[in-house]
Design a protein around this ligand. Structure first.
Ligand SMILES: [Zn+2]
Length: 142
């Protein structure tokens, strides 16, 4: 709890119980489950016996996003039907994402060749690459 308090203060947020609890949930998430929707966070809080409402979860996650603690991704189903909003702790590392169109599972990856190619392509067009986001929409082979 002490480290969460520190972290909140360091980004200028007051320490409140919901903020601490939600930060703990995000920090405790395993690598393969570190992209959580607000509903996922809400469910994890309930499982831990915490009484925090969904509206509070949304509000706190948005505050975390504005403070730079978390990154929000809006993954749009390529069919355009649904947008899945997930949050992950911002650890300052760059990575790209794959989203399973069947389960919504989010997989992280990095590929130095892709990174290099993007750099080159921007340069060939006379630009410096500032940032990029790449999302692959996938379906597991059966
Ligand atoms: Zn990620």
């Amino acid at each position: 709890m002490a480290s969460e308090n520190q972290e909140l203060k360091s980004v200028g947020l007051k320490v409140t119980l919901p903020r601490v609890k939600i930060l703990q949930i995000l920090e405790a998430a395993e690598d393969d489950a570190r992209h959580m929707s607000a509903e996922d966070v809400y469910q994890a809080l309930r499982d831990a016996g915490e009484d925090v409402g969904l509206a509070t979860v949304y509000r706190v996650l948005t505050q975390f996003e504005n403070a730079g603690l978390v990154t929000r991704h809006n993954f749009t189903d390529p069919t355009g039907r649904s947008v899945r909003s997930v949050f992950e702790l911002d650890k300052g590392d760059h990575h790209d994402h794959m989203v399973c169109t069947e389960t919504g599972e989010v997989i992280e990856f990095t590929d130095s060749l892709i990174e290099e190619r993007q750099q080159k392509i921007a340069e060939e067009h006379g630009f410096d690459l500032m940032d990029h986001s790449l999302v692959l929409y996938v379906k597991r082979k059966h």
